[in-house]
Design a protein around this ligand. Structure first.
Ligand SMILES: NC(=O)c1ccc[n+]([C@@H]2O[C@H](COP(=O)([O-])OP(=O)(O)OC[C@H]3O[C@@H](n4cnc5c(N)ncnc54)[C@H](OP(=O)(O)O)[C@@H]3O)[C@@H](O)[C@H]2O)c1
Length: 254
């Protein structure tokens, strides 16, 4: 059955690809991002059941307006995908306070605002699904120049798990999920703060289509977490935690 789905960060990359795939199967979409022209173009490509609102996810009022607009347009929301995010290219010792604030705002507060905006609606309906897009870097220090981004995504993972625990007993039909991609071929690296272009060290890079397929599988079969890339899942869940020194030494040799 068709669902009403809000997608943040829908003007490009993974968000745009998820939007086009969901539109093709008949879902109703409310798309959000900051760039008006790009967002409008994606909305047009998605067809007549798709709408959009220019939204900066780091502004709480914008996020609340997005929820209101989605409910006004479609009467309700079934799924809210917090996909908007931004990287950085600075190692720990180079980070300024402003850099850290910016990463936390772009990757943690944006998701917090999204969850806080939509959960009361889901509670009222006793159902709904939040999907937060994280990163393998939240669990593995495989790209140290993404330090503050990785930290913000780790914090986001934690908020996601805590919200899931808070809701589960009373509202078992409200799902709170993480999707965890490894490297993906989008303009993410170019859009990172202090970008030096693509990092150039990534192996097992996925396409946005592959990641979008996992997000769609998550919509159809909600669960706590899904990795999009098996080459990240085993290192993140087993190898690293079993032997942190050994894992990091091996990384440094590569
Ligand atoms: N690409 C990767 O290697 C990779 C790996 C793991 C996880 N991820 C995660 O996947 C998600 C999507 O990234 P991507 O690869 O598709 O990157 P991307 O091509 O740079 O797209 C990022 C999207 O987020 C939007 N966005 C950024 N800041 C925003 C804000 N404050 N408010 C609203 N929208 C905002 C951008 O649109 P506007 O500029 O128009 O606002 C754009 O639509 C991110 O959360 C990222 O951390 C990416």
């Amino acid at each position: 059955m068709s669902k009403v789905i809000v997608i943040t960060g829908a003007s490009a990359g993974i968000g745009k690809t998820v939007a086009k795939k969901l539109a093709a199967r008949g879902d109703y979409l409310m798309l959000a991002a900051r760039r008006y022209q790009e967002l409008r173009q994606v909305t047009r490509e998605c067809g007549r059941d798709s709408f959009s609102l220019t939204t900066d996810m780091t502004r709480k009022q914008d996020v609340e307006r997005l929820r209101e607009e989605a409910i006004r347009t479609f009467d309700h929301v079934d799924v809210w995908i917090n996909n908007a995010g931004r990287g950085i290219t600075k190692s720990v010792m180079e980070l300024t306070e402003k850099d850290v604030d910016e990463m936390m705002t772009a990757n943690l507060k944006s998701v917090l605002f999204g969850m806080q905006a939509i959960v009361p609606h889901f509670v009222e309906r006793k159902q709904g699904h939040i999907i937060n897009v994280s990163s393998g870097l939240a669990r593995l220090p495989m790209a140290t120049s993404r330090s503050a981004y990785s930290a913000a995504k780790s914090a986001m993972n934690t908020l996601t798990a805590n919200l899931r625990m808070d809701l589960h007993r009373e509202f078992p039909d409200i799902h709170v999920s993480l999707v965890i991609p490894g490297p993906v071929d989008t303009e993410f690296a170019e859009n990172a703060l202090y970008s030096t272009g693509p990092l150039g060290i990534a192996q097992n890079v996925q396409t946005a289509e592959e990641v979008a397929d996992t997000i769609i599988e998550m919509i159809d079969h909600p669960c706590a977490e899904m990795y999009t890339n098996p080459t990240i899942q085993k290192p993140a869940l087993m190898d690293y935690l079993n032997d942190i020194d050994g894992f990091e030494t091996k990384l440094l040799k590569n």
